[in-house]
Design a protein around this ligand. Structure first.
Ligand SMILES: [Zn+2]
Length: 174
């Protein structure tokens, strides 16, 4: 079994450049939680191995996979991280040990489509969120790709708490 460590973890692009990822079809949950942390992670539920590898290589993305066959058959040496566990908590801890998770990019990305969120002026979204939310929240973010609106609030707090517990540490200790 391929074992990742800090030293042999793949990095594509320059030092300090943001790493981009492509999660295989078994890792939808990991992809979503990584997006929550601000990682750039593509994921497509029904993509086949050949298409996944082609896109990952073309876009400079590190493949996240639990599929040893994919690794062997597609010869993706140096372009992947073998995700060792089935447990989402351990998966996130493996990623965080390699690439870090400072929580500083928490909820900067659309969970649905992976695009970076933009500030959304209050004036443009009154009819797009429930009135209670509009009246009680100050700051809104919007996905430029799928138009989903995000705001601070209890959902955000719950996610932060869930992430902290999955990662086994407090978010504020980064
Ligand atoms: Zn989106």
């Amino acid at each position: 079994m391929h074992k990742t460590s800090i030293n042999d973890s793949p990095r594509i692009g320059g030092e300090g450049g943001e790493q981009r990822f492509f999660a295989d079809s078994m890792l939808g949950k990991l992809a979503r939680w990584m997006r929550t942390l601000g990682f750039d992670v593509e994921y497509e539920k029904d993509i086949d191995d050949a298409a996944l590898v082609k896109r990952a290589v073309r876009e400079g993305r590190i493949i996240l996979t639990r599929d040893t066959l994919l690794i062997r058959r597609r010869r993706i040496k140096g372009w992947y991280v073998f995700i060792e566990s089935d447990s989402i908590g351990e998966q996130l801890r493996q990623i965080s040990a390699i690439y870090g998770t400072g929580f500083e990019r928490f909820l900067t990305r659309c969970l649905r489509c992976n695009s970076l969120l933009e500030d959304a002026p209050r004036s443009g979204i009154e009819d797009k969120v429930p009135p209670y939310v509009y009246n009680t929240q100050e700051k809104f973010m919007r996905c430029p790709h799928c138009a989903r609106i995000y705001w601070a609030g209890t959902h955000r707090k719950k996610m932060l708490k869930a992430l902290s517990s999955l990662l086994g540490r407090d978010a504020d200790k980064g």
